[in-house]
Design a protein around this ligand. Structure first.
Ligand code: CA
Ligand code: CA
Length: 137
């Protein structure tokens, strides 16, 4: 059962990578079959978050290239991966992340932030993050 779960997680990350490569220019038009698209499969992190439900693409480090953000539903925290090189950065160590992940510059300070469910993770200078939660009522 655990092995199946790990396989599922790896498949999810592999699918994400294919999608991201398509977004960042990894896809190419085939000269031999016009109209078809090819892509490469790249493993970014074999030890990434467990049950990586949360996935987003965006430029977190302001280098002009989209990176990845992955949040584990069953552990492993919230991780960002730089592009190129896929260097790993821990954003949040604990928590169960859902599928709602978006990258946007909420406060228009020049740094893209993260929107996770009802939380806003503000991208501070120096790689630090501040977490704000929606208060109901
Ligand atoms: Ca970037
Ligand atoms: Ca911002």
């Amino acid at each position: 059962m655990v092995e199946l779960h790990e396989t599922t997680a790896r498949s999810a990350i592999a699918a994400l990578i294919v999608a991201v490569l398509a977004l960042v220019g990894g896809c190419q038009r085939s000269a031999s079959m016009p109209g078809t698209i090819s892509s490469d499969h790249v493993m970014v992190d074999r030890g990434g978050p467990t049950a990586p439900w949360g996935k987003a693409v965006g430029d977190i480090d302001r280098d002009g290239r989209p990176g990845l953000v992955v949040g584990g539903h069953k552990g492993g925290g919230l991780i960002s991966y730089e592009n190129p090189g896929w260097h790993k950065h821990l954003i949040v160590a604990e928590g169960a992340f859902s599928t709602d992940h978006d990258v946007a510059n909420v406060d228009k300070d020049g740094r893209n932030d993260l929107l996770l469910d009802t939380r806003w993770l503000r991208n501070e200078a120096g790689g630090r993050w501040s977490v704000y939660s929606r208060v109901s009522g």
